[in-house]
Design a protein around this ligand. Structure first.
Ligand code: MV4
Length: 513
């Protein structure tokens, strides 16, 4: 097993990987930029090295600096986490050159399956369903028209170099194709420097369902169920859950076997995720592959009772997968909220700054993968995710109830958070009935909030805490006992502990021991 692992990331995922290393008894090294000097992953690490100033390109994206720290610290393995360099083939190559084991796929597998068009090509060859349309870029408009007639409108134009919906154009009828083609091509050129487009059959209200796979270096590849990620805002995942509410055993097997087949075809090893679109008739279509551990991996861990980071490390160390496909038994339901320091009342713009108070939820069925703590200053240089709140229940109803309860306990002062957004989503009947699809949240947020309560939630305070503060203050003002009035008759400010005690009492928090 490895002597020492370098964690080439920050925030909650660096803490998460650190925890797996700790439990395996493997010393871990973290790196940090100047903006992260006081971050949680630095505070929890045994060894931490500064790799540069705040900008990512001079720190978490600086391969040479990261490799140099790994070497000087005596690391023989490196975990990239997600984001940053996790899907950049240059990192596994640099690790190989330095004799350091990259905890992830090979550079070649990353390139074969991480590129959208190459992966779709491979999927077609492997018999994995892809959305009807062109595989390669379309050279000119009349070829697009011919293909569109063949697959029938509505169709969608997509940028070859695009992603996350950028450059997508829905074309509902033939007359619109020419103008849509020009617009999409110029938008793609401006956004990506590459105006090439391809074309697909448009799927109405699809769901985004992804399959977690694990492959070892001995030819074993398994799938660990699916995650439903249809609750997205502007193509960013907001809530993820496992299992998918629309899944059937047959569909799970079909999607899982397709994902495993594609991973094998690409020579993929370690953890990866195949993304699919699923239509109302439960037809599934391969969209793209993520050649890394994903943000939402905890919901799979909770329903499959696995530790994906430990499994990644064991696979990278050359061990054969101890888990066989039949060992994967899914139990219960898990739902994850990605908690951000952002202001829902200001178009969800980041809300960095000093966290004056942060109380994370806990209790039955609650997991909090935190990257923040009271007193920490949320930096402006990176994605402002504070952590992930995950609830597990025996079924989806219990998971929702627990998540609602936990969101009521989450308290942050000094920054704004998107907690109110989750409270609103979890109270939507369509969400509770799992009648969700990829545009559902965007459409919900384009409607005015049904009740002002969600505004209050957006501020991150809960009703019970506001009420507690008001009553506590009122209680002080109206106490006639001398204990509250100093001899000189002047009103000293009421003791903070008394106010807090009243608040806790009113908010149902037990007396402190
Ligand atoms: C689609 C689609 C419907 N039909 N392709 C958006 C981002 C990129 N990952 C693919 N996306 C979509 N492709 C066809 N043929 C609908 C979407 C889509 C979407 C997909 C996944 C997650 C969120 C989404 C939000 C809006 C649209």
């Amino acid at each position: 097993m490895f002597k020492k692992i370098l964690i080439a990331n920050r925030g909650e995922i660096a803490v998460r990987i650190l925890r797996a290393c700790r439990e395996m008894g493997i010393p871990a090294v973290v790196v940090y930029s100047d903006a992260d000097r006081a971050s949680l992953h630095v505070r929890l690490a045994d060894e931490a090295y500064r790799i540069g100033p705040a900008p990512s390109r001079e720190s978490y994206l600086a391969i040479d600096k990261i490799i140099s720290v790994a070497r000087s610290a005596g690391c023989d393995a490196l975990h990239p986490g997600y984001g940053f360099l996790s899907e950049n083939p240059r990192l596994p190559r640099a690790c190989a050159d330095a004799g350091i084991t990259f905890i992830g796929p090979t550079a070649a597998a990353m390139e074969r399956l991480g590129s959208k068009t190459a992966a779709r090509q491979l999927a077609r060859e492997a018999g994995v369903p892809t959305v009807p349309g062109t595989l390669n870029p379309i050279e000119q408009l009349d070829a697009a028209l011919e293909k569109a007639r063949e697959i029938a409108f509505p169709v969608v134009l997509k940028a070859v170099a695009g992603g996350g919906g950028k450059g997508m154009r829905l074309v509902e009828r033939e007359q619109e194709l020419a103008s849509a083609w020009r617009d999409a091509a110029s938008e793609a050129t401006n956004a990506f420097g590459d105006g090439r487009l391809y074309l697909e059959k448009f799927l109405f209200h699809p769901r985004h369902i992804e399959i977690q796979i694990l492959g070892d270096n001995h030819g074993h590849v398994i799938y660990l169920g699916e995650r439903e990620c249809s609750v997205q805002r502007r193509y960013q995942k907001v809530i993820e859950e496992a299992p998918s509410p629309i899944m059937t055993p047959e569909l799970r097997r079909a999607m899982g076997e397709a994902a495993v087949g594609l991973a094998r075809a690409g020579g993929y090893t370690n953890a990866g995720t195949m993304e699919f679109l699923v239509d109302a008739q439960r037809n599934f279509y391969f969209l793209e592959m993520n050649t890394r551990l994903q943000v939402e991996h905890p919901v799979t861990e909770l329903v499959a009772s696995v530790d994906l980071v430990k499994l990644q490390i064991e696979i990278a160390a050359g061990r054969p997968l101890a888990l066989k496909q039949d060992d994967i038994q899914l139990r219960g339901h898990a739902i994850e909220c990605r908690i951000y320091a952002e202001d829902p009342d200001n178009n969800f713009f980041p809300s960095p700054g000093k966290i004056l108070d942060l109380r994370a939820p806990a209790g039955p069925g609650i997991r909090m993968d935190n990257g923040a703590y009271s007193g920490w200053i949320v930096p402006t240089d990176y994605d402002p995710m504070l952590g992930k709140l995950i609830a597990w229940g025996k079924d989806r109803a219990e998971a929702i109830a627990r998540l609602r309860r936990a969101l009521g306990e989450y308290y942050a002062r000094g920054i704004k958070t998107n907690i109110g957004l989750f409270r609103r989503i979890l109270s939507e009947p369509e969400f509770v009935r799992a009648e969700i699809y990829t545009k559902w949240l965007d459409e919900l947020l384009s409607r005015p909030a049904a009740h002002v309560e969600s505004k209050r939630h957006a501020a991150g305070a809960t009703f019970s805490e506001d009420a507690a503060a008001l009553v506590a203050a009122f209680w002080h003002v109206n106490q006639d006992g001398a204990s509250n009035k100093p001899a000189n008759g002047s009103r000293e400010t009421p003791s903070r502990w008394k106010i807090q005690g009243r608040q806790d009492q009113l908010a149902g928090i037990p007396e402190r021991e």
